[in-house]
Design a protein around this ligand. Structure first.
Ligand code: GLY
Length: 396
């Protein structure tokens, strides 16, 4: 009897709270007040933990209608991100189960250390073994990082002064270098420190300098692909592969540039790298086509804007990069923007719905618009940079 009286009072009170809620109070604010954001993130983390281990099928992205997970082998450029996500969730939560799972997924990528057919070694190895080494200092991880860096260096061309990005389209692109390739330099910088061998560092710096010289337009946006002549070392062409057209600004390309040059400044303290990172950030932040919420459309020049798909992955990369750029420049605008974007991503608008049964955290990324592939979907690398941004914010 006493219990039902209490129940009656609680229910009545809850009803009053519900009807008295200000009419204009938005969903997001209510959600933040209830702490739902945190529990949603936790729920998403658990989906990653529960995902069945498969050495041949790394989760890369997923279609939502109907739900179907796109799995790839370890040679795919995205294979290292899933392990990286588990390592980073371990760092965020301290829950050992994520660390144990991260070890398992990381081990499946070792077979890539001698794969010289790709520039994506940094994405694959640094995001998996690199994250793992930071946490465990496992000596085997260290050896794998150094071997992989040696393999990556076989793609360096002295005449061009850069690492070759892709081998496909070789009949039309003699020596293509993409802006994304800046991200793979982190593996070389780390290998240089771990091995005490400066040749990795020197190659990374030459690649960054060549990119700095040829990849940026006058407005500090970046081309996606620069094609070089291997006999003269001169630029032959400036084109795109994943952007809207050769002269458009592909959002993730701008993100790789901002992140890449900020990271290069971390290792070299070369002020030209910092200057470029700041200048491309200015282009990005001041672009008239950047939406109010700070999450870009997939390309700043898609004529369909505002009806173009967004790219949460570019947003996450930029957010993470700007936390670091802020630490070097103390420019409060960078910190404000990085925080705003991170909060937006960690909201109902971008978190993948709790009922979706896939090992991903964020929705609304665009992988390859020209190929109409992975449009407005959860993609594993968006989660990686989102988690990294959470860690960087926490560390400030
Ligand atoms: N590195 C390929 C991409 O950003 O889609």
């Amino acid at each position: 009897m006493k219990n039902s009286l209490y129940l009656f009072i609680i229910l009545g009170f809850t009803f009053l709270l519900a009807v008295c809620k200000p009419a204009g109070k938005d969903k997001e604010e209510a959600r933040e007040n209830t702490g739902l954001s945190k529990s949603s993130l936790e729920a998403r983390y658990q989906k990653l933990l529960a995902y069945p281990v498969d050495s041949l099928g790394f989760p890369r992205s997923m279609a939502l209608d109907p739900e179907k997970i796109h799995k790839v082998p370890s040679k795919d450029w995205t294979s290292g991100f899933f392990a990286g996500n588990l390592w980073q969730i371990y760092m965020l939560t301290g829950d050992e189960r994520y660390k144990e799972k991260a070890k398992v997924w990381t081990a499946f990528i070792e077979n890539q250390k001698f794969n010289a057919g790709t520039h994506d070694m940094g994405f694959k190895i640094n995001c998996s073994f690199g994250e793992g080494y930071e946490i465990t200092e496992n000596q085997q991880y260290k050896e794998i990082i150094i071997s992989s860096a040696k393999t990556l260096c076989t793609r360096f061309n002295q005449k061009v002064g850069a690492l070759r990005s892709w081998d496909f389209n070789a009949d039309i692109w003699e020596f293509p270098v993409i802006i994304d390739n800046m991200m793979n330099l982190e593996l070389l910088f780390e290998a240089s420190i771990l091995s005490d061998d400066s040749s990795f560092y020197k190659i990374a710096v030459q690649h960054a300098n060549t990119t700095l010289k040829n990849h940026f337009r006058n407005d500090n946006s970046t081309w996606h692909v620069v094609v070089y002549d291997t006999i003269t070392g001169n630029v032959k062409d400036k084109v795109t592969h994943q952007g809207f057209d050769a002269n458009s600004s592909w959002a993730r390309g701008q993100a790789w540039a901002i992140y890449g040059f900020t990271m290069c400044y971390r290792y070299t303290k070369d002020p030209n790298y910092l200057k470029q990172a700041e200048a491309t950030t200015k282009f990005y932040l001041e672009n008239k086509n950047l939406p109010e919420d700070g999450i870009p459309y997939w390309d700043f020049n898609d004529p369909n804007i505002p009806n173009a798909p967004k790219d949460a992955s570019a947003a996450a990369i930029v957010s993470s990069a700007l936390f670091e750029l802020y630490s070097f420049t103390k420019n409060e605008n960078f910190l404000k923007f990085a925080t705003k974007v991170l909060e937006k991503l960690d909201s109902n608008s971008y978190l993948l719905g709790e009922n979706v049964n896939g090992p991903f955290i964020l929705d609304h990324s665009t992988g390859n618009w020209p190929k109409q592939d992975e449009i407005d979907q959860p993609i594993v690398y968006a989660d990686y940079y989102f988690l990294e941004a959470l860690l960087r914010k926490k560390a400030l």
